[in-house]
Design a protein around this ligand. Structure first.
Ligand code: PLP
Length: 382
C-alpha cells in the first residue's frame, strides 16, 4: 500500500499483515520471542524491533508522518530518551524550547549531567530564542508544538531552517497535534516523536511511543535502542495497530468538539481566558493555520476569580479529572496542582500558568452534553 494515500486509508491499511492461512480481516498477532536463525535472512527478536507486528506497525507510523522509517517503543519517554541519546555524546549540547513535557525536562535535569551532556532551555518557543542558545558544541534542537498546557506554537519551518544553518538535528515531540493535525517532516524537521499513549492509542489503555525519521536516522536510533531495550511487547503493538485504525475519525471529532467548546467558553461571562490555536484571537492563530491541518483536541481556560475552580472540577459529571490526555473521553486537569505542581507559584507565573488554569482534553462525546456539563458546573461554582 502506497504511503501517499489519505490519512484514514493509511490508518486503516498501511502495514497490515496478510493472514495467508485463514484470510482473516486483521493482522495476525505473532507473540514469539524466539525465532529460527538458520536459513533466514533476519535474526528476529522483539528487542531488535523486528518482529512481524513491530515491523508492520512501524510502516504505518512512517506513512502517517511522511517519513521513511520508524521504531515502536514501550513508552513515549523511551522514544524521547533513546532518540536524544542516539544523537548526543559526552561534551555535546542540546537546545530545548521552554514549556516542555515534564518527563522530557526531567530527563535533561536529572540524567544528562552524569553523561556529560549539556543543555539549555530557550526563554520561549520562538526560533530567535532557540538560536540565542546555540553553542559551538550544540548537536540537537528540540521542540514541542502545540505546547502543554498553554497551547503556544513553535514555527517548525523556522526551526528546521535554523537546524540546517547550524548543522543540527531537529527533533519534535508531536504528541499534542497527532499525525492527523500536523506532519513536521513536511516542514523540514528531522526526527518526529510521539507518546503513542495519547492520540494514537486514544482509549487511555495503552502505553507506547514511536519515532519517525529518515532510514539513516532510524538506523542510528536503532543502534542505541537495542542496547537500551525499550521495545514494545507484540500484544500491545497489535492493540496499537487496531487503535490507530480509528485515529483519523477520532481526532477529527475531537478537533470539531474542541473548536466548538473553545468558542462556547469564550462567549461565557464566567470564563476569563481561553487558549486554543483555532480561535482567531490566539496569538499564534496565523501560524496554526500555516502548519496545522486541524487545531487539535486540547484547550485550556481560566474561570473568573469569583468561581471556585476546585468546586467546578468536582461538580462536572461527564468530564472527569485525569492526569493523562487524548482519550475518547473528555478529561480535565488543574496544572498548578498536578503536572506543574512541583514548581513554585512564581515559577508557574513565569510560564504564564495561573493557579486556576484548567487543561481540557476534549473527547468525542456529543457537544450538547459537554456544553450542558460545563454550564451546570459553572452555575454551581459561584
Ligand atoms: C505523555 C507525553 C509524553 C510521555 O509519554 P509516555 O507514553 O507517558 O512515556 C511525552 N510528551 C508528551 C507531549 C506527552 O503528553
Amino acid at each position: 500500500m502506497s504511503n501517499s494515500k489519505g490519512i484514514n486509508t493509511i490508518c486503516t491499511h498501511v502495514g497490515e499483515l496478510a493472514d495467508k492461512e485463514f484470510k482473516g480481516a486483521v493482522s495476525p498477532l505473532y507473540m514469539s520471542t524466539s525465532y529460527a536463525f538458520e536459513d533466514v535472512e533476519t535474526k528476529r527478536y522483539p528487542r531488535y524491533f523486528n518482529t512481524p507486528n513491530q515491523v508492520a506497525l512501524a510502516k504505518k507510523m512512517a506513512a502517517l508522518e511522511h517519513g521513511e522509517a520508524s521504531l515502536i517503543f514501550g513508552s513515549g519517554m523511551a522514544a524521547v530518551s533513546t532518540s536524544l541519546m542516539a544523537f548526543l555524546s559526552s561534551g555535546d549540547h542540546v537546545v530545548f524550547q521552554d514549556s516542555l513535557y515534564g518527563g522530557t525536562s526531567n530527563l535533561a535535569t536529572e540524567e544528562f549531567d552524569k553523561f556529560g551532556i549539556q543543555y539549555s532551555f530557550a526563554k520561549d518557543a520562538s526560533a530567535d530564542s532557540l538560536k540565542a542558545e546555540i553553542k559551538e558544541n550544540t548537536k540537537v534542537i528540540y521542540i514541542e508544538t502545540p505546547s502543554n498546557p498553554l497551547l503556544k506554537l513553535t514555527d517548525m519551518e523556522a526551526v528546521a531552517k535554523l537546524a540546517k544553518e547550524y548543522n543540527l538535528v531537529s527533533m519534535i515531540d508531536n504528541t499534542f497535534a497527532s499525525p492527523v493535525n500536523q506532519n513536521p517532516i513536511d516542514f523540514g524537521i528531522d526526527v518526529v516523536i510521539h507518546s503513542a499513549t495519547k492520540y494514537m492509542g486514544g482509549h487511555s489503555d495503552i502505553l507506547a511511543g514511536t519515532v519517525i525519521s529518515s532510514e539513516e536516522n532510524i538506523e542510528r536510533i536503532f543502534q542505541m535502542a537495542k542496547n537500551f531495550g525499550g521495545s514494545l511487547s507484540d500484544y500491545t503493538v497489535w492493540l496499537l495497530e487496531r487503535s490507530i485504525k480509528t485515529m483519523g475519525i477520532r481526532v477529527k471529532a475531537q478537533n470539531e468538539n474542541a473548536m466548538k467548546l473553545a468558542e462556547f467558553l469564550n462567549s461565557r461571562s464566567e470564563v476569563a481566558n481561553v487558549y486554543y490555536p483555532g480561535l482567531k484571537d490566539h496569538p499564534d492563530h496565523e501560524l496554526a493555520r500555516k502548519q496545522m491541518k486541524g487545531f487539535g483536541g486540547m484547550l485550556s481556560f481560566e474561570l473568573n476569580d469569583d468561581l471556585d475552580v476546585q468546586k467546578f472540577m468536582k461538580t462536572l459529571q461527564l468530564i472527569k479529572p485525569s492526569m493523562s490526555l487524548a482519550g475518547v473521553e473528555s478529561t480535565i486537569l488543574l496544572p498548578s496542582k498536578t503536572s506543574h505542581g512541583l514548581l513554585t507559584e512564581e515559577g508557574r507565573a513565569k510560564q504564564g500558568i495561573k493557579e486556576n488554569l484548567l487543561r481540557f482534553s476534549v473527547g468525542i462525546e456529543e457537544i450538547e452534553d459537554l456544553m450542558e456539563d460545563l454550564t451546570q458546573a459553572m452555575a454551581k461554582s459561584k
